[in-house]
Each structure stands twice: as C-alpha cells, then as structure tokens.
Design a protein around this ligand. Structure first.
Ligand code: AGP
Length: 613
C-alpha cells in the first residue's frame, strides 16, 4: 500500500507541502518515493529509491521550489522491485503529465501490449506506467486532464487511487479512486489530495472522501467530483476532530511506544461514554444496534486480518459466552474465496483499524451479497468499511501510525466486549444487575492498564527481552480468551523484531509442537485467573519437563511461581484479561526489536494498511 499527496495553489508553492505530506504518509510504504511538479509549461519528476530523506537530498537544489502544482508518492512495491525506475511518479514521456498510483491494475499486461504495438516506450516494470501512458494517450488527443483520466480508467480493471498532474495553459490536478482511499480538501487559495486525512490536516480539517468510481478535479479553492461518466457528484465535507499533535510522537521515541502508553485513554474514549450504567447496558451511537435487530441475529461471522482477527477471535469467546450467539471467524483473505455458506440472520462483523484493508472490505461485500447484515468495528470514521456497513462501532484510538497495531487492537477488544454485553442484554441473556457488574469491571480496567505501564513493569519486561535477545525462536501459549493473545504476542514480535515466534493453543502443544521444545527455548505462557487456569499450569509443567524456559505473563500467582521468569498482571474480570495481558507482550516486542536495532514504526516489508490483495 502506498501514500499519495497532491496540491495546487494560487498563492504559494507546493513542494514543501508535498514533502511534509509524504513524511506523514511514510508509514504507508517506504521503499521509494518521488514528486512531480508542473512549472513553466512542463512537468518535472524527481524520484528516488529508499526513504524520504533520500528524496529530500535530491530536492535540496531548490530547482522545483517555485512550482504551484504537484503530486507526490511513497511506495510499497507490488509490481517491480524498489528502484529509481520503478518509483513513482511515472510520466508519459511528453514532459507534460505525471501520475502516482496506489493499487493494482489487473489488466496491465494487455494494455501494455496495446501501447507497445502503437510504438509507446516503457522504462519500468510497473502497472502504473501503463496507466500513465493510457492517460497520456487520451490527453494527447486534446482532452482535458479530467476527461483523459475518465477515458483511460474506462479501459482499466483493478483497483486504484491515483493523482495526475499536467501542465498546459495552466496546471491541472486530478485524482480518482476505485479501492484504496483518497481524500480531498479545498482552502481559500488551494486544493489538496491525499491517501490519508493526516496529510491534509496542516491545510484544513474539513475533508471530502472520494468514493469508488469517482474522479476529482482540483483547482485553487475548488474540488469538483464526477463519476466515471463525467456526471457531477455532490459531497459534503466531513470535519476531522483529530489534531496533528495526536499523530505526532509526543515526546516518545517511537509512535508505537506512544500508542502503547495511550491505551488507558483509548479505553476511556472507546468505552466510557457508551456505558449506560444506569441500565447495566451499552448505548452505541448511530443506528443498527437496537434490540429489535439484535434479537433477530442468529449467528455472527467475524472477518478480519492480522491483529484485527485476533480481536475477532476474542470477540467469539465474549459473544458466545455472554450472549450465547454462535460466532464464526475467518481470515478475510480465506473467507472471500472459499464460497462460504452463511446462515440466515447472520451479522457479518468486519474488524479493521484502517477500514481500507482490501481483503476485509471484499469479505464484507461478499457477506452482504450472501444476505448477511454488514457491520464493523473500525477506527477510521470516513473509511470505506464504515461507509459500507449498516452499523459500526467506532474505536476512538485516534490515528495509529506505528505499523504494528497496539492501541487499535485493545480498542477493538473493548468494542467487542461492549457488543457482547449489548447483544446479551438485547436477548435477555443477562439482566441489568449482571450488565452493571460487567461494565463496572470495564471501568475498573483503566487503573490496571496504567499500572502495567509503570516504570517497574517496563524495566522488568525490558530485562526479560534483553535476556532472550539471541533466541532463535519463541513459543507463545494461551488458552481460552488468551489463546488469541498468544497469537498476538507472537505476531508483534515477528513483525518488528523479525524473529520467529509461534502463537499456539496451550492445550494443543502435546499434539505435536512440543517436539520443538529444547533446553532453554523461551516459551511465553499467558495465565490469568479463570476457568482454564489449572490446565495452563499443567501446560507449563509439560514445557518445563522438556527443558523449556517458561516466561509467565498473567494474574495467576501459582502459574508465575512455576515459571522461570514472570510478569505479574493485575487481577481483573476473566472476560477483560486479554486487554491487560497483551500490554507486557507489546512492550516485550518493542524492547526486543529496539535492542536488535530494528525499525520500530516502519518494519521491513510491511505497511500500515494493506489495500492490495
Ligand atoms: C498488525 O500489527 C499488523 N500491522 C496487521 O496484522 C494488521 O492488523 C492487519 O493488516 C489488518 O489491518 P486493519 O486492522 O487496518 O484492517
């Protein structure tokens, strides 16, 4: 997934704004980047493999500093390796037009053959260059840039967010979307385009979300949207309440660390206003979670990816345990291709931080086609998943910049708990008193989360991470609600430390994987007070009997005494223990990666929101 920026101004130059926009979006992909500006009758491109700093060195000569219209791009490679030639923007060779793209043009090979047959020359392996020459061909016929883009996109199969700049009598800036996100904004003397609202916030908080199948034409003070047929579309700007400070590091060494420490506040923002404690129930804003609908629901189908799916797995324990509604979960990338059978009256629950993950969006669309009620738990108010859901529970985690998800995950788990209580109350599975008890447990979670973020805990976790810095691999084991936490702890370590780690159901170890345990191998075991504690203690003994080095995370003192090392987690309702247990695991992955010298916020090969398949 990549980052796109664009700008056009009547009163000032745009280059610095493009670079700052790319800096904000670098979390979306960072193997190469570039800009193109329209100035003095031509479009000039500068692009470079590597991080934004490399591009800034190229731009330091100031040659592009007077331009008043331009586009920029930071890349996560899909077609063609990271290189200067494959970096965006791409031009059509005329010097009058350049284009940046996020997504995949699925029929690019046939279009490439068609263009080569007409004598067009290619300089890269990318599908983006094919799209650029397609637009250039239409533009050369004398069409306006907007018309040229619409005509070219009519030939395209796939999905894309693009920005195109052209010169001519006056520069033109056009965007289009079918899949990956694109937002626009107008100011008194300019107009701006980006993949993410964060890049628009230095200009304005009133943003216009471009929807699939739309083309947007930007001129100073004006944003005009049409459909692919060129018919005008009206869209009211949405006010974004986040502030830029919320997206900055706020004094922490990394976004990920800041986001780990934000979790107590995120809990409060996501849960406390929704706890209608007078009735021992939950009040969600917006339609779609009322008793009438929820009483009809016979099944829940969770669809998500990665960390979000781990939250979905916890949701199953909560919803089945409290509301007694059957829950299935599946990787969205599997669900969308396995021809799923959905029972009538199924609620499809897409869980996603970004609301733009291609697999999750496609799975939600398929579930809707199969008759399910499409709903979501999401952190991005204007995202596609939210706009395509009949009902959404927004997590108020604020912008999550670190690629490794932390605060968004715990917010998703809290939102799932709220949904489980709401569903249980709507179906009469729990009464007001029990509802109030559960919601009081949720309120009491915040000081416990803050306790886990104390210097003492952080130092203990860091010491354990340091002791196992050279380990070749880790197991993370859990049961019940904390089995998904074992998966999440392993994923956190993998994605930022690049060390092999496997999350496993503790009860399953004896069916094969325990063969991997050798003397000294670090095995992290999550053990909270609850229905399966004694089983987890047995699993700890089984691992120790084979020489494994057991690190216990949890509230159960007996389990901790069995371990070689441990981190105490405060007692809490078993339902909510995952929200606490994950925090030491997040800190463990952070400090392990830091000591290994890995890039915490932009781990290699990853991107924050995977808007491609
Ligand atoms: C989480 O640490 C990863 N970055 C990744 O697994 C992520 O959770 C997944 O790509 C889903 O993203 P989403 O929540 O934005 O849909």
């Amino acid at each position: 997934m990549c980052g796109i920026v664009g700008g056009i101004s009547s009163s000032g130059t745009v280059l610095a704004h493009l670079v700052e926009g790319l800096r904000v979006l670098e979390y979306r992909g960072y193997d190469s980047c570039g800009v193109a500006v329209a100035e003095g009758g031509s479009v000039t491109v500068r692009r470079k493999v590597g991080r934004l700093a490399e591009l800034e060195r190229v731009l330091a000569d100031g040659a592009l500093g007077q331009a008043r219209a331009g586009i920029g791009h930071t890349r996560w490679a899909t077609h063609g390796k990271p290189s200067d030639e494959n970096a965006h923007p791409h031009s059509d060779g005329s010097g009058k037009l350049a284009l940046v793209h996020n997504g995949i043009i699925e029929n690019y090979l046939e279009l490439r053959r068609e263009l080569i047959a007409e004598g067009r020359k290619f300089h890269s392996e990318t599908d983006t260059e094919v799209l650029t020459l397609l637009v250039g061909r239409e533009y050369d016929l004398g069409k306006s840039l907007g018309d040229a883009v619409r005509a070219a996109l009519a030939r395209v199969r796939g999905y894309y967010a693009i920005a195109v700049i052209s010169t001519g009598a006056s520069p033109a800036l056009v965007g289009a979307r079918h899949g990956p996100p694109l937002v626009a904004a107008q100011t008194s003397d300019g107009a701006w385009l980006a993949s993410d609202v964060l890049a628009l916030m230095p200009h304005t908080r009133d943003v216009i979300y471009i929807e699939d199948g739309e083309v947007v034409e930007l001129s100073p003070g004006k944003v005009a949207i049409t459909n692919l047929a060129g018919e005008p579309v009206t869209r009211v700007p949405l006010r974004i309440e986040w502030d830029a400070e919320a997206a900055s590091k706020g004094g922490f060494a990394h976004h990920m660390l800041k986001e780990i420490f934000e979790q107590p506040d995120v809990l409060a923002r996501t849960a406390f206003d929704r706890i209608a404690s007078v009735h021992g129930d939950v009040a969600f804003e917006g339609a779609g979670w009322d008793d009438a609908l929820l009483k009809r629901i016979k099944r829940v189908q969770v669809i998500a990816c990665g960390t979000a799916l781990h939250a979905g797995m916890i949701a199953r324990y909560m919803i089945e345990g409290l509301a007694r509604v059957p829950v299935d979960f599946d990787f969205a990338s599997e669900f969308r291709y396995r021809e799923p059978c959905l029972a009538p009256d199924t609620l499809a629950l897409a869980i996603t931080q970004s609301g733009e993950t291609a697999d999750t969006l496609a799975a939600l669309r398929l579930a809707r086609e199969l008759g399910a009620y499409p709903a979501s738990i999401c952190n991005a108010i204007g995202s596609t998943v939210v706009r395509e859901s009949e009902a959404t529970i927004l997590t108020h985690a604020g912008p999550e910049i670190g690629v490794a998800s932390t605060k968004a995950f715990t917010a998703q788990v809290v939102a799932a708990f709220l949904l489980a209580v709401r569903l249980a109350r709507a179906r009469g599975m729990i009464d007001e008193a029990r509802g109030r008890e559960l919601l009081d447990d949720l309120r009491r979670l915040r000081p416990r989360m803050e306790g886990l973020l104390s210097d003492n805990t952080v130092h203990r976790v860091r010491a354990i991470a340091e002791r196992h810095l050279k380990a070749k691999g880790f197991f993370f084991l859990g049961r019940g609600l904390n089995f998904p936490i074992a998966l999440e702890g392993a994923l956190k370590l993998k994605e930022i430390s690049y060390v092999h780690a496997e999350g496993y159901a503790a009860g399953e170890m004896k069916h094969g994987p325990i063969a991997l345990i050798e003397p000294g191998m670090p095995v992290v075991v999550i053990s909270s007070t609850g229905r399966v504690t004694d089983k987890v203690r047995s699993n700890i003994e089984q691992v120790k009997a084979r020489g494994g080095h057991v690190i216990v995370i949890g509230s159960d003192a007996d389990s901790r005494s069995l371990g070689d090392e441990s981190i105490e987690v405060p007692e809490a309702s078993e339902w909510l223990s995952p929200v606490l247990n994950v925090i030491p695991l997040q800190l463990f992955a952070y400090h392990h990666a830091l000591m290994r010298g890995c890039d915490i916020d932009k781990p290699r090969n990853l991107a924050k929101s995977v808007t491609v398949e």
